[in-house]
Design a protein around this ligand. Structure first.
Ligand code: DC
Length: 230
């Protein structure tokens, strides 16, 4: 479908389906999909495993020099997976232990500079769909298409609970709700690149949309944008 390659950014609140949409849209367009949140989660995993005191700037700087992050496409799962220093950490970074700390780690200036530089590098050739919190505002402020996703909090909690419960039946809905609200608060109130809708972003509220419906909307938006650029 796409002739000219563009950058599509998908930002929004935690657990409102950004990754699902971004993955599907990238597939339809034949674009690369990058989950920027996975990078912050992988850095958090490294910090926790190595007992890094992230309130100490020096320790953070040294730790970041020892972190290498790569994405590799897995033919079996048919998805892009994240590797931390050569280890596939795609599944371990989804744990609630990581979710509890990731917003604090993602608020650190050095961490953001480290991640943003790599994200910008991945987008150099365009033909990319990247989801996160600051992709349309900071990482790719000149992206051709910016989507901002929202959904009712109750719906978001239910969706995330289902996902986490399938891996850990001991998890409670309260834990998931508290984590979601805490992350929303920290992500939108931090000093550097807080979560906000870019002025030129188009909003999709998917509270009452299924996956096919939201994908259709995003495809239509992309086709419309590509026509204006043709
Ligand atoms: O999308 P996610 O839930 O996997 O993201 C995990 C955390 O990473 C999220 O709470 C905030 C942070 N994040 C960020 O600060 N900037 C991004 N571009 C992506 C994620």
């Amino acid at each position: 479908m796409a002739k000219k390659k563009i950058i599509v950014t998908i930002d929004g609140w935690s657990s409102c389906g950004k990754s699902t949409l971004a993955k599907q849209l990238a597939k339809v367009l034949g674009y690369v999909y990058v989950d920027s949140g996975a990078m912050y989660r992988a850095i958090t995993l490294y910090f926790l495993r190595n007992h890094i005191d992230w309130t100490d700037t020096n320790e953070v700087d040294i730790a970041l020099r020892n972190i290498s992050i790569e994405f590799h496409y897995n033919e079996v799962s048919q998805q892009s997976e994240i590797f931390l220093n050569g280890e596939n950490v795609e599944y371990v970074i989804r744990d609630l232990v990581i979710a509890e700390k990731v917003s604090d780690v993602a608020a650190i200036e050095a961490v953001r500079s480290f991640a943003v530089a790599q994200q910008q590098n991945l987008g150099k050739k365009k033909g990319i769909v990247m989801d996160g919190r600051d992709i349309g505002t900071t990482v790719f402020p000149h992206a051709e298409l910016k989507i901002f996703m929202t959904a009712d909090t109750v719906v978001r909690v239910e969706r995330r609970f289902k996902e986490l419960y399938s891996k850990n039946p001991n998890i409670t809905i309260e834990e998931v709700k508290n984590n979601l609200e805490m992350r929303d608060y920290i992500d939108s109130n931090r000093k550097i690149s807080p979560l906000r809708k870019a002025e030129d972003a188009i909003e999709i509220d998917n509270t009452n949309l299924n996956m096919d419906e939201q994908l259709r909307i995003a495809i239509d938006m992309t086709e419309k944008k590509l026509k204006t650029l043709a």
